[in-house]
Design a protein around this ligand. Structure first.
Ligand SMILES: [Zn+2]
Length: 263
């Protein structure tokens, strides 16, 4: 089948049932197969998935929905998506798909998305090539070896948009320090996986990993959490770049205000 659902030459015999097209066919706008294209179209307007880079993946219980590689993310359709079952994967390098649209390849980000799903039980993982994320990694790089591996910021209201960490209740406080580890970029996106997993082990409570001169991976328990944390992070990255331009430090010592409620 063509991505648009019409049969083309050479597809004879490729009935819907054999390629599990029903997995990506739904009238529900919140179905993962419909959400991924609509979210990516919105992300494109933010410059997060420009020029086929970046993307998003959603896990619905055992099923994982993945975009194709090298496509214009704002024009993607539900019928373009790949689907796999996590429980059927024995070798994450040689993945088995329940649905593979002909003529393409699944996203190069797939093993990184799967790391968020398998190691953190995430329900959604978003990858952006945001300018602000890239600039933060460059500013850290300019600080030199030993001071370039983690982005830290505290005493900013938007920090409250982040969960406390894996299997922990509640969100960070305004005074808490948000820490996002940075990994070095590789020539092939798939090769980032082992370094992303290392960063997850070293920073078990993080919901994001920056990739130097590349972008950021952000995940959450569900689409809502992954999306809002990704938005909060982008806000903080932009703020951090502008703070640096103004000579303001990312870490500050702001005393807690004593309120009448005693909190
Ligand atoms: Zn990328």
């Amino acid at each position: 089948m063509c991505p648009n659902g019409k049969k083309r030459k050479g597809d004879e015999g490729a009935e819907d049932t054999t390629n599990n097209d029903h997995l990506v066919t739904s009238d529900d706008q919140n179905h993962p197969a419909n959400l991924i294209p609509s979210l990516c179209a919105k992300f494109w307007t933010l410059g997060w998935v420009t020029g086929t880079g970046g993307g998003a993946s959603i896990r619905d219980d055992d099923l994982v929905y993945i975009a194709p590689s090298g496509v214009q993310k704002e024009l993607m359709k539900a019928s373009d998506l790949y689907v796999l079952a996590l429980s059927q994967q024995t070798d994450l390098k040689n993945r088995v798909y329940l649905r593979s649209p002909p003529g393409g390849r699944p996203s190069q980000c797939t093993p990184l998305f799967l790391a968020a799903f398998t190691k953190r039980g995430a329900g959604c993982c978003i990858h952006t090539h945001s300018h602000w994320a890239v600039l933060v990694t460059l500013l850290l790089e300019a600080q030199g070896p030993g001071q370039d591996k983690v982005f830290e910021i505290n005493n900013i209201e938007q920090i409250k948009g982040f969960g406390r960490g894996f299997q922990k209740q509640g969100n960070l406080d305004y005074h808490d320090t948000l820490r996002i580890p940075v990994i070095e970029n590789t020539s092939h996106e798939e090769d980032l996986t082992e370094f992303l997993e290392e960063a997850m082990d070293k920073y078990p409570d993080t919901y994001a990993v920056l990739v130097r001169r590349h972008g950021v991976y952000v995940w959450g328990d569900n689409v809502h959490k992954a999306k809002t944390m990704c938005e909060s992070l982008d806000y903080l990255f932009q703020l951090a770049v502008e703070m640096k331009q103004l000579g303001l430090p990312w870490l500050s010592n702001v005393p807690k205000v004593i309120t009448s409620s005693g909190r």
